[in-house]
Design a protein around this ligand. Structure first.
Ligand code: MN
Length: 506
């Protein structure tokens, strides 16, 4: 079976569409998770477009060593050199040059002739070749380009040193049959195509991004580009988890394989959703909340008797934690450790102790502790580990007659306990104001979202907070059965991220 190269562009195409909401630490966190997921290539950013992207790419290049780290650049000699500066620290660097090829782009956007475009393509690939051996070239808007011109460009850039040639359906216009025929055409008409990997990059404007990508693989493409949860420009990119699970579930048909550890899919999906603040639609294939939920009585009956009656995939292979009761108040260290191992966590002893304490506290408040709760507890512990300021205790009073009041006690980065209190328009406002008095870093709260992770009135609530300071947005998360406590944790998490970012810059 041939292996398909999985090229993830969540941090480039995906984050571009999310409005650049991710800060440098968050991009690194996602890159680390993508490494765990087993993607072959991480497109870490478009460094010449912003200093923040440049910094994020350099950091990811230094820290994430297994996958290829790729940077996108315009077809311009200076841009190629600058982009190389961002990615040169990587173990396996790659430069990705993109240039439009369709007449419609050439005529209206670039105002260049076909000959000029061909020359720019070859000279920039040759320039990249001076820095690195791994070079990808994308003929933007390929699906709306005269095929004969595509063949000509691809042959020329492969001769100039491109090792991967990408055929994007940039505007999501192609149909599977047509797009597959274009891939066939590339194999038949580009004489040196055996010297390069054929890649595809599809957009979802007509809901066909995944179908087009899979058809291209069936016709011989061996790299596929996409994003987690399908986020990206407009209607998004091809959703990588759908492509990967289609290849795995229908290997009888595609006869292909990938290097993805599918059990990491769910966790990656959640992380990307949380950090970009882009929710996943409940009926989304593979990672939607309802993707494995059977509503029809007939189906439920079948699944109880034999899962394969109505389930083509086992939710465990995607890493979705079960929602059945697993642990309670009486569960001990051993049971908790075993359950963590089953969920794919191996925590160092110190972290395990903290997680176990948090679990026991939760079990006191909540009768049934499910896998989803455990995931949330561990995520919360991992978040707070490196925190400068920490929440010790909080007390709030509110109601329709009282004045919302919050008293907060925290530990400062120097290990000093500090307490203060404040009034507010509501309990969350009062809490944030009390925290502000202790942390004293000017910022504006721009977004506040709360959602429950599990079912039931005693569910864990998860809060996402964004704060803005000097034009940069920082995201904080917190989880607790009490949403005011979760809000305080999320706010402190955001402030700590802000302070950490300032330290990196200084
Ligand atoms: Mn794109």
């Amino acid at each position: 079976m041939d292996k398909v190269t999985i090229f993830d562009t969540t941090l480039r195409d995906g984050e571009q569409a999310a409005g650049g909401t991710l800060n440098v630490q968050e991009k690194l966190e996602i890159a680390r998770q993508l490494e765990k997921l087993g993607v072959d290539v991480i497109e870490a950013g478009f460094p010449i477009t912003s200093p923040g992207d440049f910094e994020a790419v350099s950091l990811i290049a230094r820290e994430v060593r297994t996958p290829v780290i790729c940077v996108l650049t315009h077809a311009n000699l200076d841009a190629v050199d600058k982009s190389w500066e961002a990615v040169k620290g990587a173990e396996n660097p790659c430069i990705h040059i993109v240039l439009s090829s369709s007449d419609i782009h050439l005529f209206y956007q670039l105002r260049k002739s076909r000959e000029e475009i061909l020359e720019m393509s070859c000279s920039t690939v040759a320039r990249a070749r001076k820095h690195v051996s791994n070079i990808e070239f994308s003929a933007m808007d390929a699906s709306r380009t005269d095929p004969a011109y595509i063949y000509q460009i691809l042959e020329a850039v492969i001769d100039a040193g491109a090792t991967t040639v990408n055929i994007p359906d940039t505007v999501g216009y192609a149909t599977p049959q047509e797009f597959g025929d274009l891939i066939d055409g590339v194999f038949q008409n580009v004489p040196n195509i055996d010297r390069a990997v054929v890649s595809v990059h599809c957009h979802n404007d007509l809901g066909m991004a995944v179908a087009n990508s899979l058809e291209a693989l069936r016709r011989g493409a061996r790299q596929v580009e996409g994003t987690i949860n399908g986020i990206g420009e407009r209607a998004g990119n091809a959703s990588l988890e759908e492509i990967v699970m289609a290849i795995k579930t229908r290997k009888d048909f595609y006869n292909l394989t990938t290097g993805i550890d599918t059990r990491q899919i769910y966790r990656t999906s959640r992380l990307v959703s949380e950090l970009t603040g882009t929710p996943v639609q409940p009926n989304k294939a593979i990672v939607g909340a309802n993707a494995f939920r059977h509503a029809s009585g007939l189906h439920q009956d079948g699944v109880i008797k034999m899962p394969s009656t109505f389930e083509i995939m086992d939710p465990k292979t995607v890493g979705i934690p079960g929602s059945s009761l697993v642990l309670g108040k009486t569960s001990g260290r051993h049971g908790f450790k075993e359950r963590l191992a089953e969920l794919g966590y191996s925590l160092p002893e110190e972290d395990f102790k903290r997680a176990f304490t948090a679990f026991k506290e939760l079990a006191d408040k909540k009768r049934e502790v499910t896998d989803k709760d455990i995931e949330s507890v561990v995520a919360e512990e991992q978040r707070t580990i490196a925190e400068a300021y920490r929440l010790d205790r909080i007390q709030v009073s509110c109601g329709d007659r009282g004045i919302p009041t919050a008293a907060v006690q925290m530990t400062t980065p120097e290990g000093e306990p500090r307490a203060d209190s404040a009034l507010g328009t509501g309990p969350v406002d009062a809490t944030c104001k009390a925290i502000d008095k202790i942390v004293a870093v000017p910022c504006k709260l721009t977004e506040f979202t709360v959602k429950s992770i599990t079912e039931g009135i005693d569910a864990i609530g998860e809060v996402l907070i964004r704060v803005e300071s000097e034009g940069i947005t920082y995201t904080g998360r917190g989880a607790d059965t009490d949403i005011i406590v979760a809000s305080a944790k999320a706010y402190i998490n955001a402030l700590n991220r802000l302070l950490a970012a300032r330290k990196t810059v200084a």
